[in-house]
Design a protein around this ligand. Structure first.
Ligand code: KIV
Ligand code: ZN
Length: 535
């Protein structure tokens, strides 16, 4: 990183000043983003996203909340051990065992960080924490001191700060800085603040806590009123040099500030604002697709920057203008966010070597059994589809080569569909305890029949809550992609499937989602986990 990146090389400890022209990007897709209902990423999926975030060039990856479950702990630890480049951060409440868990999870990173938080709003102090302001101050002091005893880079957040008394929040922030916090993050936890109000709040904080100039000021905004990016930008104008955000704006309730939007806002208006990030913007579209596939959260077509219509022109006047000169109706070039058409095209005569090379060009290093599996699936698809493009390969590799979720797997299905009688499906699935089971069902439609037959085979009464179907590319022979969210006994699971046959894609997605939901409910039964405050 350059000298203006806010990091001194001191184990990745930021040295913050509002004069920095670089805004640090703190990605919390794997922590706050993962708190979106129905998202449950396993370790290999989290690692895959973390590697892509490193390729994207984010400064900090908040990899999880280690105390919440052994699975979360292991994922943060694996990311800390494997992912090079960004600072790897673990979240912790102020409790002693939370900080210990976060430290143990991130300690093997070259650039570890602990992010600890406690609420400063009276609403939270009275009703949720059921404590006093004095106790909040004491907990802040102890937590930051404990974390600082382990490592240099400590971030502190006064949760629900924008609804809290400014003077009290300032006292707590001062304590965190006195104890050595290197980043102070101000969250708009419930997405309530307005941009001008947030700027005034931060200006007030700078006035009350002059030492804030010596650390990195960060902002963390939620999108309940659709203002997360506007508020984050307001924060930057007020002096923040770190923005906490997520890919596709994922996160609790309405989500967090969208990473791609804040990054492209700063890049596109760099000349006017005088600030930029270190993000390699050409990786934005691919990162968005990967996160969407693995979380099962589709990106709305008109989503700024990464929506499939973000650079499409429908009206004749606009099309005419763009054909004459792109800038007539485009403020950004689609290629700068990685939406250029990729030249890779393979067909049914392409061999293993060509596939491997194409995947390598796209950043996927496959060997041995994984390459064999990829090649087998590629051949099946190339037999049915004339040209296999980079987008197809990306969808296929993301879907097929993820480590299998321990649980159920689809063996085969048969479905009879007709407009004259109800469709009938039979399926066979392998079971987590070994062996396989078959199920049949006569349903409303062929896909419903397959889903109900899977329920019958597994003897799990899963309830479908979201079903999204899309095409990976254009054309009649395009690969179909299905995302599913379902619930089993109140535990949600998401899954995706890709195939030229949409029923096959749907069945694969359903079995994956079912496996996730069942694994979550069993893990919860098995573990007596300490209760966490989901921020
Ligand atoms: O929204 C919030 O307040 C949080 C904190 C942990 C920063 O996510
Ligand atoms: Zn949050």
């Amino acid at each position: 990183m350059g000298s203006d990146d806010g990091y001194t090389g001191n184990g990745g400890t930021p040295s913050g000043r509002a004069e920095m022209s670089r805004v640090l990007i703190f990605d919390t897709t794997l922590r706050d983003g993962e708190q979106s209902p129905g998202i449950s990423l396993n370790k290999p999926e989290k690692l895959e996203i973390a590697h892509q975030l490193a390729r994207l060039g984010v400064d900090v990856i908040e990899a999880g909340f280690p105390i919440t479950s052994p699975g979360d702990f292991e994922s943060v630890q694996a990311i800390a051990r494997e992912v090079e480049g960004p600072v790897i951060c673990g979240l912790a409440r102020t409790a002693h065992q939370d900080i210990d868990a976060a430290w143990n999870a991130v300690r093997d990173s070259e650039r570890p960080c602990i992010h600890t938080f406690i609420s400063t709003s009276d609403i939270h102090i009275k009703h949720q924490l059921q404590t006093t302001r004095d106790d909040v101050k004491g907990q802040t002091r102890a937590a930051v001191a404990q974390a600082k005893g382990y490592l240099e880079n400590v971030e502190f957040s006064p949760m629900d700060a924008t609804r809290a008394d400014l003077e009290f929040t300032a006292e707590v922030v001062q304590i965190a800085i006195d104890e050595g916090a290197s980043t102070i993050n101000i969250p708009d936890t419930v997405g309530y603040v307005m941009p001008h109000e947030f700027q005034a709040y931060l200006a007030g904080l700078y006035e009350l806590v002059p030492a804030l100039h010596e650390v990195i000021l960060s902002v963390h905004c939620h999108d309940d009123l659709g203002l997360a990016v506007a508020n984050s930008f307001g924060g930057v104008l007020a002096g923040a040099r770190q923005v906490e955000c997520t890919i596709n704006g994922l996160g609790e309730r309405a989500g967090n500030a969208s990473l791609e939007e804040i990054v492209m806002l700063l890049r596109t208006r760099r000349a006017d604002v005088g600030l930029d990030t270190g993000v390699n913007t050409t990786e934005l579209a691919r990162t968005s697709r990967l996160v969407s596939r693995l979380t099962g959260y589709p990106v709305q077509p008109n989503k700024a920057i990464v929506g499939r219509n973000a650079f499409a022109h429908e009206s004749g006047i606009h099309q005419d203008g763009v054909l004459k000169e792109r800038t007539t109706y485009e403020i950004m070039d689609a290629t700068t966010v990685g939406l250029q058409s990729n030249s890779i095209v393979l067909g049914k005569h392409s061999g293993r070597h060509a596939l491997r090379k194409a995947l390598e060009e796209m950043g996927f290093e496959l060997d041995g059994q994984t390459l064999n599996t990829a090649f087998k699936r590629f051949k099946e698809i190339a037999d049915r589809k004339k040209q296999v493009t980079a987008m197809d390969l990306e969808a296929l590799v993301t879907d097929e080569l993820r480590e299998e979720i321990p649980g159920y797997a689809l063996e085969w299905f048969e479905v009879e569909a007709s407009s004259r009688r109800p469709p009938h499906a039979s399926v066979s699935v392998t079971l987590p305890e070994g062996g396989s089971a078959t199920g049949t069902f006569t349903g409303d439609g062929p896909i419903d029949a397959v889903f109900q037959a899977i329920n019958a085979a597994t003897e799990v009464a899963a309830k479908l809550s979201e079903f999204t179907i899309g095409a990976v590319t254009e054309g009649q022979d395009a690969l179909g992609e299905v995302s599913i969210v379902l619930a089993v006994d109140g535990f949600t699971g998401a899954g995706q499937g890709v195939s030229t046959d949409i029923i096959d894609a749907a069945a694969r997605a359903y079995v994956r989602a079912l496996s996730v939901a069942v694994a979550r409910s069993r893990a919860d039964e098995a573990l007596g986990l300490p209760e966490t405050t989901t921020p």
